[in-house]
Design a protein around this ligand. Structure first.
Ligand code: IMP
Length: 178
């Protein structure tokens, strides 16, 4: 599908993201202190930059695993139907789990993933989302930690894409069609 031309307006700087991650990691470390069984689960693909920065601020003994759920495809609207495209490599039964998501929008993805992982009997399950668009919510779900609440804008950068582009921007920007 040919892409309409657009520009990206900066919304959250790389510096602001780094500062927020440092704050959040203080709280996460307190929650998981004394554990040697934490698995940090990144939801692909949008969380790959966030999880990389997050785990380097977490000086805890952790393992990293990934789960891929279907989401927007190449469009700008949630499909509302969540399918698991790639499952975890490891088992989480009896482990502490921190699920790392890029954006909670309608909430379908997070809701589905929490239900799936809870069914595998982890000792503790917590969630973190870099961004939250609360006005778009259709399913009641809230991450235990949120980086930034944002308005209903389509955003890209810092791992987040528009039709697979712009993931490599170091900041979060909003898409504006020209
Ligand atoms: P939800 O299931 O509607 O909450 O959508 C969650 C997923 O949709 C996120 O993990 C993103 O992959 C994608 N998404 C939601 N909002 C945006 C956006 O503004 N830009 C790019 N992807 C988005």
């Amino acid at each position: 599908m040919p892409q309409r031309p657009y520009v990206i307006d900066k919304m959250i700087s790389a510096k602001a993201i780094a500062a927020r991650i440092e704050d959040l990691c203080g709280e996460i470390k307190a929650e998981f202190t004394d554990t040697d069984k934490l698995v940090v689960v990144g939801l692909l693909r949008g969380s790959f930059v966030f999880i990389a920065d997050l785990v380097r601020e977490l000086d805890l003994p952790i393992e990293v695993d990934f789960l891929e759920a279907s989401s927007y495809g190449d469009g700008m609207e949630s499909s509302r139907e969540v399918r698991i495209l790639k499952d975890l490599r490891g088992t989480i039964e009896g482990r502490d789990v921190l699920v790392v998501e890029d954006i909670v929008d309608t909430g379908y993805t997070m809701h589905h993933v929490i239900r799936l992982l809870k069914g595998r009997n982890p000792a503790k399950l917590r969630t973190i989302a870099l961004l939250d668009k609360p006005t778009k919510r259709e399913v009641e779900v809230k991450a235990d930690w949120t980086g930034f609440e944002i308005p209903d804008e389509f955003v890209v950068g810092y791992g987040i894409d528009f039709a697979q582009r712009n993931r490599n921007l170091p900041y979060i920007g909003k898409v504006r069609f020209t």
